[in-house]
Design a binder for this molecule. Structure first.
Ligand code: HAM
Length: 415
């Protein structure tokens, strides 16, 4: 029986992988100019990490998390997102003792058991960044400027940054009371999920994607109107800094985000290319999270880009492989002796940074066909005649010119 890839997951194959590599390289380069360093955390974490951070009643944890027990019965989960693991690692390693501000970035797969469709899969990759240790609006602005910088460099044209403020522990209770009051008497009209969640997290009704609920929640009070003075000031400063940095944005008071750890700034980067509601990147501020996960009271802000969605939007195909600045040389080798005699030269050329391929047997004609396909600049031909004379033929593919050289001088000639 043929075994196939799991539903909602896919293989990323060459040459598309070359495009992924190019995007990752660009991201690394930009992260460095903003002082971000890479962090790699495990794909598997204790399930409790996400229950405490993303939220036990969030759709991600409740319905979408790949949760299982290991052989000793420990509840584990495939990470559905990257922020909680980064904060866990930050606390565990005691980063805050070394430097008050930590700037960390990550690449990697995340897992959510969602209904697969365009731009929505069960394994997807994120490029994320977390700035931990500052509650300054400058930190919010910096991660948003970084995100905009990266998207501009990648040539992502069709995009719109939408921002909101979700308030904080001081002002959110009054808002929750208002929204509970709004729901009283109306809650039976909402979907069963909204009904169930309305007790613990009524904010979620603004986030429900079902058409009926969206219509009903249109009249609901917005958190925006309940911000305390400190949150309102923070939000004003973030907007001012974005304007000063020439970052265009739209305020969207309906952004609530599906993860519980957010406070104050929340944002999404929307692209019409993904359909009405889908974000290519999203993030926000999570000031209580470090403390909730056992660390000191440190603020944080960050984002994550959905790489599959980004690739759909960039649509750079047909992908081409960048072989670097060296020369492409193909060795057409006829027989075992030719293979043995050429190995040292092949190794030396590769050590010098050239892209070197060789034939693995077969006729000269079939090997030359492959050299052509690989766009080799030079082909080195070594057959029985050449072996006898300790020579090799170098053929320049563009001109068709060929010359015979001593095997010992091959590398020097090609270099
Ligand atoms: P999120 O909004 O859940 O936030 O995910 C961020 C991005 O990941 C989304 O905007 C989307 O591009 C991509 N994404 C999410 N789910 C899927 C899926 N099923 N298939 C394909 N792409 C998907 C977070 O994960 C937060 N940790 C972001 C953050 C970082 N907040 C602060 N720091």
């Amino acid at each position: 029986m043929k075994i196939q890839v799991i539903k909602g997951m896919r293989d990323i194959l060459p040459p598309e992988t070359a495009a992924w590599e190019a995007v990752e390289n660009k991201a690394r380069q930009i992260f460095k100019t903003y002082g971000f360093e890479e962090i790699r955390t495990p794909i598997v974490e204790e399930a409790g990490l996400f229950e405490r951070s993303v939220g036990a009643t969030s759709a991600i944890v409740e319905k979408e998390m790949y949760a299982f027990k290991d052989r000793k019965g420990l509840p584990l989960a495939l990470r559905p997102e990257g922020t909680a693991p980064v904060v866990r690692a930050y606390v565990e390693a005691g980063f805050y003792a070394k430097d008050p501000v930590a700037k960390l970035y990550y690449f990697g797969p995340m897992f959510r058991y969602e209904s697969p469709q365009k731009g929505r899969s069960r394994q997807f990759f994120q490029i994320g960044a977390e700035l931990i240790g500052s509650d300054s609006p400058m930190a919010d602005a910096e991660v948003l400027i970084l995100l905009d910088h990266l998207f501009s460099e990648l040539g992502l044209k069709d995009r719109r940054l939408e921002i909101n403020s979700l308030g904080c522990v001081t002002c959110r209770p009054a808002y929750l009371t208002a929204i509970k009051k709004f729901l009283k008497g109306r809650i039976n009209k909402f979907c069963p999920d909204c009904k169930r969640r309305s007790g613990k997290n009524p904010l979620r009704i603004l986030d429900c994607k079902k058409e009926g609920c969206r219509g009903l929640s249109r009249e609901a009070p917005l958190v925006h109107d309940f911000l305390c003075e400190a949150c309102a000031q923070h939000y004003r400063e973030v907007r001012g800094l974005l304007l000063a940095g020439h970052i265009s944005f739209k305020e969207n008071p309906r952004i609530v985000r599906g993860l519980d750890y957010y406070c104050r700034t929340a944002f999404e980067v929307i692209s019409e290319g993904l359909g009405a509601q889908d974000a290519v990147a999203a993030g926000g501020r999570y000031d209580g999270l470090v403390k909730d996960l056992g660390g000191p009271d440190m603020a944080g802000v960050g984002f994550a880009i959905g790489v599959e969605r980004l690739m759909l939007l960039l649509d750079r195909g047909p992908w081409t492989v960048d072989r670097g600045p060296g020369t492409t040389v193909f060795f057409a080798l006829l027989g075992n002796e030719a293979q043995q005699k050429s190995l040292a030269a092949i190794q030396e050329l590769r050590t010098k940074g050239n892209y070197v391929e060789c034939g693995y047997g077969g006729s000269l004609k079939s090997q030359l066909r492959r050299a052509d396909k690989l766009a080799a600049k030079f082909v080195v031909i070594i057959g029985e005649n050449e072996i006898k004379k300790d020579m090799a033929i170098i053929k320049e593919m563009a001109s068709g010119k060929q010359e015979e050289v001593l095997l010992g001088r091959l590398v020097e000639k090609l270099a």
